[in-house]
Design a protein around this ligand. Structure first.
Ligand SMILES: Cc1ncc(COP(=O)(O)O)c(C=O)c1O
Length: 475
């Protein structure tokens, strides 16, 4: 087991007492997993295993409601997805995470909370987001016989704040309030999660501190301005998103009583990935309903960019059991996989533990983190969702990459073809259409998750077009 001396957010971890993040590169075993045990692939037990307690007085029958909740709890799982996930945290954090899990499960069955969330998602966030038929893009990808797939965009860019991030930020801010926390701590890369969290905190009257890497502050400055106008304190951290995340968690553990760490994506120790996935799964649920309304069936192919995985899982999760729906995640290929400057964790990562969970991870031979790169700042993360890691292993989802240059071309194309400016993150998913479309039968229904809007990236796109330098690593 490699135990890095680099600074960690999980101070005092017994696994790595030198306050370092650590990666498991060579020695992997469930004995080292700080969780109960591994269940089946999705961390669930079969529904017919409902325990029936036997006492001296006979068999205690569980009420229907109790049994229903037990099944629901099991379906949510324990955060272990095959060999991925878990809670690699010091013991001092276990109570806090367990309390969070209890609260999360309780809000899922609290009709008042659910009604309040549904109203906020409708009236504040602007859901449901449209499933938009991209007519000109569809035409663009037709072959010379006039055949090709039909392309639809799930317009998460139209959410309040300009990205999918608000679906989760708002729900978790409501949980924090319910738990009596007064101060929200979060980390952001592209700034979209920061804006979403700051907005939710303003709405719910919660203090908000957002940690952001110095490099990202420079690249996504318009979002920094928005966060501050929304009342958040933006704290700069030397580095990028991974460094900001470590600092945010460090800040959170400094005052567990009043702070709430609002995770923006499907990474970290259980229950964080499961919670974020559940709150993002509205994307897939709406897509299923809208597809049924529009063409009376399911989509054939779903495509989403993968940074850490929340917009991808948000779209995919609803369709995991629909084997006839192909799931495609597109990672950031940066300057190309062989350049070493990319964020293609699922393509090039190896098993390791990062920010409290086992996942694929970009690391060197010593198990040290390799810094990620992407022109889509929100894709720059060396780890990835444990659940997506599992979906890669099982083959249920396929993963590909798009380079910086390909993403820039896709950004420009969507602007010109549809009058829509996608975020550079979402542009990676759109870029993959170039390779995907020629392989698909006529009239295949493809849904691409347009995870965010790209006004924050307009400057980057313009300067790269002008200097035409996006095929070379920046000096
Ligand atoms: C618009 C947008 N899309 C995608 C991502 C990548 O995150 P995730 O993989 O969690 O969806 C980000 C991250 O900031 C984002 O802002």
């Amino acid at each position: 087991m490699a135990c890095s001396s680099m600074q960690s957010f999980f101070l005092g971890s017994h696994a790595c007492p030198v306050s370092g993040h650590f990666t498991l590169k060579r020695k992997i075993g469930h004995s080292s997993v700080n969780c109960a045990h591994v269940l089946d692939g999705h961390g669930t037990l079969a529904a017919d295993c409902i325990p029936v307690e036997t006492t001296h007085f006979g068999t205690l029958k569980r009420s229907f409601t109790e049994r229903k909740f037990e099944i629901e709890d099991r379906e949510l799982g324990n955060g272990i997805f095959g060999r991925f996930g878990g809670k690699f945290v010091p013991e001092t954090l276990m109570t806090c995470l367990n309390n969070l899990e209890t609260e999360f499960k309780s809000v899922l069955r609290d009709s008042e909370f659910q009604a309040e969330l549904a109203t906020a998602l409708r009236d504040y966030v602007g859901r449901e987001t449209p499933l938009y038929f991209a007519k000109r893009l569809t035409e663009h990808y037709k072959n010379e016989d006039g055949e090709g797939p039909e392309i639809y965009l799930k317009r998460e860019d139209l959410n309040h704040g300009g990205a999918h991030k608000i679906n989760n930020a708002l729900a978790q801010a409501m949980i924090a309030k319910r738990m009596g926390r007064t101060s929200i701590v979060a980390a952001t890369g592209a700034g979209q999660h920061g804006v979403a969290t700051a907005a939710a905190c303003a709405k719910l009257s919660l203090d908000c501190t957002i940690f952001m890497g110095t490099k990202d502050i420079e690249k996504q400055y318009s979002n920094v301005v928005l966060m501050e106008l929304l009342g958040a304190q933006v704290k700069s951290v030397h580095g990028n998103f991974k460094d900001a995340t470590s600092e945010a968690i460090r800040n959170w553990v400094g005052d567990l009583e009043s702070n709430y760490y609002l995770s923006g994506t499907v990474v970290g120790p259980h229950p964080c990935p499961t919670m974020v996935r559940e709150f993002q799964s509205v994307i897939g649920k709406e897509t299923r309903k809208q597809a049924m309304e529009k063409w009376g069936g399911k989509p054939d192919v779903l495509v989403a960019c993968v940074g850490s995985g929340s917009n991808a899982l948000g779209l995919f999760h609803e369709f995991l059991d629909d084997q006839d729906v192909t799931l495609i995640g597109v990672e950031a290929g940066g300057f190309g996989l062989d350049s070493g400057l990319h964020s293609a964790t699922l393509a090039r990562g190896e098993l390791g533990v990062y920010h409290g969970a086992m996942c694929y991870l970009l690391q060197d031979d010593d198990g040290q983190i390799v810094g990620p790169h992407s022109i889509g700042v929100g894709l720059e993360y060396p780890g990835v969702s444990p659940e997506l890691s599992f979906l890669k292993d099982t083959g249920r989802a396929e993963f590909y990459t798009a380079t910086d240059g390909e993403a820039l071309e896709a950004y420009k194309l969507l602007c010109r073809m549809e009058g829509i400016f996608p975020s550079l993150e979402a542009s990676h998913a759109l870029a993959f259409l170039e390779k995907l479309c020629p392989t698909l039968p006529n009239a295949t229904k493809v849904v691409v998750n347009c995870s965010g809007r790209g006004d924050k990236d307009a400057g980057t796109v313009l300067s790269n077009i002008k200097s035409n330098n996006y095929f070379q690593p920046a000096k």
